[in-house]
Design a protein around this ligand. Sequence first.
Ligand code: GDP
Length: 430
Amino acid sequence: MVKAIVGANWGDEGKGKVTDMLAEQSDIVVRFQGGANAGHTIINGYGRFALHTLPSGVFYPHVTNVIGNGVALDIAKLVDEMDELKSRGVPAPQVIVSDRAQLLMPYHILQDTYEEARLGGRAFGSTKSGIAPFYSDKYAKTGIQLCDLFHEERLRERLTAAVELKNVLFEHLYHQPAVSAEEIMGQMLTLRERIRPYVGDTVSFLHDALKQGKTILLEGQLGSMKDPDLGIFPMTTSSHTLAGYGCVGASIPPAAIEDVVCVTKAYSSCVGSDTEPFVSEVTGQAGDELRRRGGDHGEFGATTGRPRRVGWFDTVATKYGCMVQGATQVALTCLDVLGYLDEIPVCTGYEVDGAVTDAFPTTPGLLRAKPVFETLPGWKCDVRGCTDYSALPERARAYVDFLEAHIGVPIALVSTGPKREDIACRTPKI
Ligand code: GDP
């Protein structure tokens, strides 16, 4: 049985915490896309962790954690993350990294950084982790697979060809020093020894696990709005953030994904460029207050520390975000954050060129869209840590009902704080 957990919005919906909960009930947790460019926050008995590449099952000894072929594999970052867990007393996790995963190379990070600098004010707000150049190279067929590290002649050949291309860009477009294939070769061979114990055929492993009836959790990164096809192009990421991509990035048969848990926050947040359309944004003092009170320590990026833009809940974006994920149920996080408000605006429509719509537009329409808000009464009390859904204030439950009616997918659980146990199940299904 395969369940996917994915984001309905711009990422940072609080997937880390819900994934942690679902990981406990799984045999295998798989990352199937993205790289170290985003972080999941997990708070448990070992402390507070921001995982970037490792799947969220690493805190459970019974879970096998798979880094699928669809991931942008930055070996240095992955082994650093494993070292950090060890130094903080977490028992060594079971990890298998796909031999088909492609390698995020040092020149990808350089290219990302140079390109953001070149674009200046037109930049996309990249985390400069090398993700866009990595995926471009994968599809241009100049990428290097993890398996290539174990065939030195092939590695040297592919690396030399890739570096030849990069150096044209580095020297002539960015006016930066050329990189040396031999130097990178040396670095990669050192990293090879660190990753060697974890490399495996995850495709066969996952198909065998399915035959044995194991429970597999696909762990998505970022959210629907960041998908390069169905998100807000080009303010997207470079890999597919949709549950459906698990079929490719983890090689899971499409019909095996039975359950898609979509995570959304009780308000909106968006990290990235200021030029990105963010229709329900709240700015000024009200925005500062929401940002300060959001998440477990304010709304600031887990990877970059950048302040996130914040907004009211957007049912237009979330309904669409759940639809393109194929959501079967929704987890609503951070309900506790809204307890200070007298009234809570919810964006239920977009006004585009004088007409109000609840259909999510393409980017040109989004850039012109103005929010249409409905206002609900606040519950004016602290619900942090509440685990009994029926014990939530009536107005808080009415808020959840209102969102559910608009997004059209059952909200199965409500998260009421950053800690693992701060969860109220609304239906027993999840
Ligand atoms: P992800 O990228 O979707 O995994 O998002 P993160 O987990 O990095 O970011 C969400 C932030 O919200 C983190 O700081 C979490 O600790 C925090 N968080 C998650 N759920 C809740 C919740 O129900 N209430 C509060 N106050 N914070 C939460």
